[in-house]
Design a protein around this ligand. Sequence first.
Ligand code: AMP
Ligand code: ZN
Length: 463
Amino acid sequence: MIRVYNTLTGKKEEFLSLVSGKVRMYNCGPTVYDYFHVGNARNFIVFDVIRRYLKHKGYKVTFVQNITDIDDKIINRANKEKVSAESIANKYTDAFFGDLEILGIVKPDICPKATEHVSDIISLIKRLMDAGFAYQVDGDVFFEVGKFSDYGKLSKRLFDEVKQCARVKIDERKKSPRDFALWKSAKPDEPSWDSPWGMGRPGWHIECSAMSMKYLGETFDIHSGGQDLIFPHHENEIAQSEAATDKPFVKYWFHNGFLNIDGEKMSKSLGNFFLVRDILKKFSPQVVRYFMISAHYRSSLDFSDKSLAESGKAFERIENCFDNISENVKDLDASQKNIHTEWTNKFEEAMDDDFNTASALGVVFDLITEINSLIQAQRHRGTEAQIKEYISDLKTFCSILGILPSIEDKELDKDLLDLIEERTKARTKKNWQEADRIRSLLEERGVVLKDNPDGTTNWKRKG
Ligand code: AMP
Ligand code: ZN
């Protein structure tokens, strides 16, 4: 039984999908006006792991993640660079998918773009107008929050707090400061679409209601995002969707904690961010992923070079175990999968507890210790079958967590291979100084050597 923390109920509860064996899941995706930073990456990585785990538990998961490709930030950037909003959105959408791939994040099943769903959005706004939940002022359409009695049930915010938190200047045309835009009338030089209220573009919140319900139905299992989206974005999504359908919108709401830097949320607006593509110049994708899952997904996590370096060290233990396996365990049957051992129980116990990846990593390390000691004792007969089952488990766990060491491509440039050969000769002659010199040379070029007691040398690329 999986137990999950549901922001809506404020409790941990048993996970029961609406349709047996199926999970329909929606995660709020990026606004494509820039490359994404490691704070955003935390969201994409943790929900990638949760999605993989639900699949492992036998669910058929449909995972939808939108692309916000029309928004003030995109328009501002386009104006600054004197290009179209579309070209900015296309550029950063491509970059987004490229970064996802490098991070080993499985592409969502459906990635709807707001600009390709304007007619769905308009239909939903019409429904809200017909049901009396929305009103029009000068080509803008607003949602009337006062008409939706359940408003605040997700964020648990009361009206006064909502008022105090309104950061933007209050639009006097609104019936109440709480009301929010569903449709924005066209401004000069902005992309716009025709609608019953004149030319304009959709507000941000309505896009997610329209696209999630289009692909997942009017009630679906999981909606996720970062904690900053609980209010107002997700609160507004609930209001719009439930007002239109009169059905519960989402059963379980999951929110990841922030990636902080010096105790503050990493964000574009504060300028305290690092782009994923820059971090990947220093650390491998697996190390970045390891770091992200080293804490529970709901807690906050502090980003620093030091903590990433620590993750690098920990990941090295996993890599070393895989090296140990490939050097010492022969005839690993590739078809040996889905084996259930006591380790599977331990791993699942950790993950069933609200996807506790930190505990699951603890199980991975205990298993590594066990495998390493079994390999050492391999001369004793009778452990071979068991060790293979454990290795299969280890691979499964690492692949769910997305930290399976990449299969080394054993192709090195000829000059590097020649250097390794030269060093082997130097070692045979006990010329340690020369051997060390070549070792450093190779390290500078990203190749790390490991000398074995039998005189041979293995190499791997630096993580
Ligand atoms: P955005 O493109 O800003 O809408 O962000 C995409 C996703 O990343 C959303 O789910 C955000 O909540 C999430 N996010 C943004 N900043 C952080 C952060 N510092 N830590 C964790 N998640 C974040
Ligand atoms: Zn959203």
